[in-house]
Ligand binder design. Structure first.
Ligand SMILES: Cc1cc2nc3c(=O)[nH]c(=O)nc-3n(C[C@H](O)[C@H](O)[C@H](O)COP(=O)(O)O)c2cc1C
Length: 412
């Protein structure tokens, strides 16, 4: 099956005169590592900060700076560069360069290439806090956005000038992630997605808990993939060490009961509910107020079942605007054997339209995963996906969920 994304294979990386230009070397390296081809064009000011030899060596292509460069056969580097690339990424984009773009200036190679371009433009501004906050810059950025330029960042934090605040260029890895996100088909635009992720912790006493090895990586990857596909995402997360995915609203919980309460608080507005969290099936019947003292005698902890969040939401009647019945529910199941048979049984038992069966040995904590999709066609109609990185897999799952949610609707 083909999952087409906007091609961003050939990147024209524009570098302008900001102190963050030194980070563009790392960005070039990351872009190439991601399988892309990179051609670099620099302004004269950029060359005051970093040498072109670095970029020629990293990209494997000549670097362009001069409008009168005689190397292209037609003598028009500004035309050649946009026609032979898929996307133009300017990082760092100086305040001055943004201002020139707003006015359609074409007084050097990079600005002329922008004006003559036939490909999308992404800019990563980088400047001092006051330069960024200046109304002139803010007006310019608003104009560029209205003109269809995709602006990523800036980030916030320590600046080269010693000040702290907005204006620093996104880190190279964040720029790469933003490029990937931008390129995703927006199959979930206008959709609200509620996702659970991570483990839960069920307290025995103030210092001891019952938990599991879930890292949260699959749920977080799905949250990011849903947001990249245009959805409004709320992520209800058990304890993890993962950063919140960009543009995702995260609600932190600890126990299964808290996770249920957080889900119930959000579900009326949700179109899709994806239950990835490894929720504890049992919790201690009592929670000791003080730490239980260690003795030579054994300790018996009595357990009681927790509420099955997915099964409950699958029967939920939403009271959100224009919504009724349950959201489109997707469950995850970790099975170590008979994955399709057990997965199909679990899907029917929970009363959900789609179940994603993990191969348990490969799921927990790993960066890759291998899953099987089971829908109303049962084990016979199961779709086996190859092993892949969790974010790549999440993007495929988003495509499958979006397709089913839009065309099949709710199938119990
Ligand atoms: C040491 C130094 C650091 C600078 N850092 C930045 C910066 O981070 N962001 C920015 O917008 N301008 C910065 N400038 C100003 C730009 O280099 C200047 O506006 C230049 O005209 C930009 O040219 P360009 O947009 O053609 O590359 C800096 C200037 C100097 C001297």
């Amino acid at each position: 099956m083909e999952y087409t994304v906007k091609p961003t294979h050939r990147v024209l990386l524009g570098i302008t005169g900001g102190i963050a230009a030194y980070k563009s070397a790392e960005l070039t390296r990351l872009l190439i590592k991601s399988g892309r081809e990179v051609t670099v064009a620099m302004t004269a000011a950029a060359r005051e900060f970093v040498g072109s030899a670095t970029f020629q060596a990293l990209s494997g292509h000549p670097v362009y700076s001069d409008l009168w460069d005689a190397r292209p056969a037609n003598g028009m580097a500004h035309i050649e560069l946009t026609r032979s690339n898929d996307v133009m990424l300017i990082a760092p984009a100086s305040a001055d360069f943004l201002a020139r773009l707003v006015h359609g200036r074409s007084d050097d190679l990079l600005s002329t290439t922008v004006l003559a371009r036939t490909i999308p433009l992404i800019v990563a501004p980088a400047m001092n806090l006051q330069m960024w906050q200046n109304p002139a810059t803010q007006r310019n950025v608003a104009t560029l956005k209205a003109d269809g330029v995709h602006v990523i960042g800036p980030g916030t934090g320590d600046q080269a000038c010693g000040e702290i605040g907005d204006g620093r260029m996104l880190e190279p890895a964040e720029i790469l992630a933003a490029l990937d996100a931008w390129a995703q088909p927006k199959v979930l635009t206008g959709t609200r997605v509620l996702i659970t992720a991570g483990p839960t912790q069920e307290a025995i006493d103030p210092v001891r808990v019952i938990t599991n090895h879930s890292s949260g990586k699959m749920g977080y990857a799905l949250a990011q993939a849903c947001a990249d596909a245009g959805a409004q995402v709320t992520l209800v997360s058990g304890p993890t060490h993962l950063p919140t995915p960009f543009a995702v609203n995260r609600v932190n919980v600890t126990s299964a009961a808290q996770m249920l309460a957080a889900v119930e608080a959000e579900v009326d507005e949700a179109d899709i509910f994806i239950a990835v969290a490894a929720v504890a099936d049992y919790r201690p019947t009592t929670h000791a107020e003080q730490k239980i003292k260690k003795t030579d005698a054994g300790l018996t902890v009595n357990l009681e079942p927790t509420v099955d969040i997915l099964a409950k939401i699958a029967k939920y009647q939403r009271k959100g605007r224009g919504k009724s019945g349950p959201p489109f529910c997707v469950g995850f199941a970790a099975e170590s054997e008979k994955v399709e048979q057990y997965g199909a049984e679990k899907r029917a038992r929970k009363g959900i339209p789609l179940l994603i069966a993990n191969h348990a040995q490969s799921a927990f904590g790993a960066d890759e995963n291998r899953v099987t999709l089971i829908d109303e066609r049962g084990a016979e109609g199961a779709t086996r996906l190859p092993r892949m990185g969790k974010l790549a897999l999440a993007r495929v799952l988003v495509h499958e969920i979006g397709k089913r949610q839009a065309t099949v609707g709710y199938v119990a």
